[in-house]
Design a binder for this molecule. Structure first.
Ligand SMILES: NC(=O)C1=CN([C@@H]2O[C@H](COP(=O)(O)OP(=O)(O)OC[C@H]3O[C@@H](n4cnc5c(N)ncnc54)[C@H](OP(=O)(O)O)[C@@H]3O)[C@@H](O)[C@H]2O)C=CC1
Ligand SMILES: O=C/C=C/c1ccc(O)c(O)c1
Ligand SMILES: [Zn+2]
Ligand SMILES: [Zn+2]
Length: 357
């Protein structure tokens, strides 16, 4: 890495086009501002959103694009007004690195819903420079969007919590679904889904995994602690489970019918959509009306919830289940994630990949 003065030259791995293939890319970090934290990236998780973005599934991708928004790093420099962090701290950054600070959502501490949010990559920062994410040797992030990683959590295990963990924790809090004894459905057992099982279990819920295949049954029950496992194509099993769930966390990342899952909800049950799906989903209205059911969405969580969720995971001894890889494996890892071949999150050992050599 270059000097820590202005115009720090660093190396990240960037997608250049919608093939989504990442390769080394040199760019400069902004000069450290008064509120900025500079971190040497240690680990970065691979979220399915990184595939959506690098492959331009939403039609809004700009290249070169260094993805990665489950970033754990070590603080190597802080700006003059930074009070919350010091050099040597192990910290994290997630999906959002900026907001307007004056709109309703910002003032209500739900800055993830600010219409002027700045994304950690595939966006433009307030200085006019493109934002670039965590598959890079370093990142500069405003202290508001940096969180301390609790000492009890291993840094590589903590990385997936910064998006996947938060994405599950936030709607459960917001929707009042934290009490013990609730009946949960986790639809899609991937990175977000497996944290759904762990967090819901830690809240004392009875957890049913609803999966597209039988392949993950044993692991889901024995390793993750799920109470039940349904295969969505098993008509008999699905029928037996009708009207049984208080909520469903739906993490499927592609178009899918909603009605078979909504029918699993009790009266007043909630279907929470997480997947980023760029085509209309459909349902006929009686499936929600005749049961006062809700279909809602949720987007990551706030920085306040991020700290709270990390403390919750530390206290309950919750970690993510990861496969650690080096950066030269990242394209293979993206390909395996896309074909549903990971248990349950890839984490890139960024510092151990010596990007600057
Ligand atoms: N709303 C938000 O704030 C956030 C949204 N996301 C989005 O959530 C979605 C899930 O992310 P993530 O958990 O990282 O993704 P993963 O790929 O890790 O997991 C998705 C799971 O969905 C199931 N699935 C995958 N493909 C299909 C398919 N073609 N048909 C049916 N089921 C399928 C699989 O589970 P199984 O094998 O059990 O069927 C798979 O493991 C993505 O769209 C991502 O962009 C992610 C983070 C935050
Ligand atoms: O992985 C985190 C980001 C999720 C996300 C949710 C909604 C949306 O439109 C996105 O572009 C990303
Ligand atoms: Zn994510
Ligand atoms: Zn705002």
């Amino acid at each position: 890495m270059g000097s820590m003065g202005s115009d720090k030259q660093i190396t990240g791995w960037a997608a250049r086009d919608s093939s989504g293939i990442l390769s080394p890319y040199k760019y400069s970090l902004r000069t450290t501002g008064a509120e900025d934290v500079v971190m040497k990236v240690l680990y970065c998780g691979i979220c399915h959103t990184d595939i959506h973005q690098t492959k331009n599934h939403l039609g809004m991708s700009n290249y070169p694009m260094v993805p990665g928004h489950e970033v754990v790093g070590e603080v190597i420099e802080v700006g003059s007004d930074v009070t919350k962090f010091k050099v040597g701290d192990v910290v994290g950054a997630g999906v959002i690195v900026g907001c307007c600070r004056s709109c309703g959502p910002c003032k209500s501490d739900i800055e993830q819903y600010c219409n002027k949010r700045v994304w950690s990559y595939n966006d433009v920062y307030t200085d006019g420079k493109p934002t670039q994410g965590g598959f890079a040797s370093a990142m500069v992030v405003d202290q508001k969007f940096v969180v301390k990683i609790p000492e009890k959590l291993a840094p590589e295990q903590a990385a997936p919590l910064l998006c996947a963990g938060l994405t599950v924790y936030s709607p459960l809090k917001h929707l009042g679904l934290t009490g013990s004894g609730l009946k949960a459905g986790i639809l899609g057992l991937g990175g977000v889904g497996h944290m759904g099982v762990k967090i819901a279990k830690a809240m004392g819920h009875h957890v049913t995994v609803i999966s597209s295949s039988d392949k993950k049954r044993e692991e889901a029950m024995d390793d993750l602690g799920a109470d039940a496992y349904l295969v969505s194509s098993d008509t008999e099993g699905m029928t037996a489970a009708v009207d049984s769930l208080d909520y469903i966390i739906d993490t499927i990342p592609v178009f899918h019918p909603l009605e078979p899952y909504i029918s699993l909800l009790k009266v007043g049950g909630k279907h929470v959509i997480m997947g980023v799906i760029n085509e209309p989903l459909q349902f006929v209205t009686p499936v929600i009306m005749l049961g006062r059911k809700s279909i809602t969405g949720s987007f990551i969580g706030s920085m306040t919830e991020m700290s709270e969720m990390l403390e919750f995971c530390a206290e309950k001894g919750l970690t993510s289940t990861i496969e650690m890889v080096k950066m030269d494996y990242v394209n293979k890892a993206f390909e395996r994630l896309e074909r549903n071949d990971v248990r349950y999150r890839f984490v890139v050992d960024v510092a151990g990949s010596n990007l600057e050599q």
